[in-house]
Design a protein around this ligand. Structure first.
Ligand code: SF4
Length: 261
């Protein structure tokens, strides 16, 4: 029986996570087939249209697989879109290493946004350094302080932001639109909406893009270190996030009503 403090799953799958989402032949020799190349062209067009229509466009990278693809499309095709990422102060070292590898790969710098020190100090003083394990409310407050508030601050001045959401990820997202409005009134563009998870990984592997090495240890969705663990074969992609909570509470507030990615 695992406690909420135990970030190791009962049995860790030795295969990379993407081995479970790709066909064996595609995994062995990943190739960008014409249908995927067409999807990528459409995604780039959505991004170009966003810049044409909104001028000030930002992408908040989660550094997950979808973020690897979007960073590639943006920095190679639509470099006018700004890219930022949230460093909550509790990210795994492997995630920060991915950031450094991406910057070396493209020769560009990602804007790193951090939470306000006073907000974090207040949270830790009231709830403890690992207060997020105590209750759903304390966990959501930590996400609010370390993710939601810095994100809101960071997107001020932008007219539109890009997300990596895909239809496959949830029932809500299945009914989403590529262009939408978020809860702050900003345009929200989701150019990967119709990509499958296998296509995301095909793009990454076929192009040899840097990705988080935790995926090689069967981590699926990766967030902060103390709140993320590898999943078991056959488990839902989100099973490794806030594993001690029930499904209906497991979101971080950046996409209200939906699971965090
Ligand atoms: Fe805090 Fe965990 Fe949320 Fe990160 S994922 S902000 S550590 S509760």
């Amino acid at each position: 029986m695992h406690s909420r403090y135990d970030a190791r799953p009962a049995l860790q799958d030795a295969r990379p996570y993407h081995a479970a989402v790709m066909l064996p032949a595609a995994l062995k020799a990943p190739q960008i087939h014409p249908e995927l190349a067409a999807k990528a062209r459409h995604s780039v067009q959505w991004l170009r249209d966003a810049v044409r229509d909104h001028v000030k466009v930002v992408y908040s990278s989660s550094l997950g697989p979808e973020a690897v693809v979007l960073t590639d499309l943006i920095w190679t095709e639509v470099p006018g879109i700004d890219i930022l990422t949230l460093d909550t102060g509790r990210l795994p070292q492997e995630t920060l290493e991915l950031l450094a590898r991406q910057e070396a790969f493209y020769g560009r710098r990602v804007r790193v946004v951090v939470p306000a020190a006073a907000d974090v100090e207040k949270y830790v003083a009231a709830h403890g350094i690992n207060g997020f394990y105590h209750s759903v409310e304390e966990r959501q407050y930590c996400c609010h302080v370390r993710k939601v508030l810095p994100f809101r601050r960071a997107i001020q001045g932008y007219a539109a932001w890009v997300t990596g959401v895909r239809r496959e990820q949830s029932v809500n997202r299945a009914q989403g639109a590529v262009i939408d409005k978020d809860q702050y009134g900003l345009a929200k563009i989701s150019p990967l909406l119709d990509w499958t998870e296998a296509e995301v990984w095909t793009w990454i592997l076929a192009k040899g893009l840097p990705y988080n090495v935790l995926h090689d240890r069967h981590y699926a969705s990766i967030g902060c270190a103390p709140c993320t663990r590898a999943i078991l074969p056959g488990q839902d992609q989100r099973a490794g996030r806030w594993w001690w909570e029930t499904d209906d509470t497991r979101e971080c507030g950046l996409h209200p009503g939906e699971p965090a990615r």
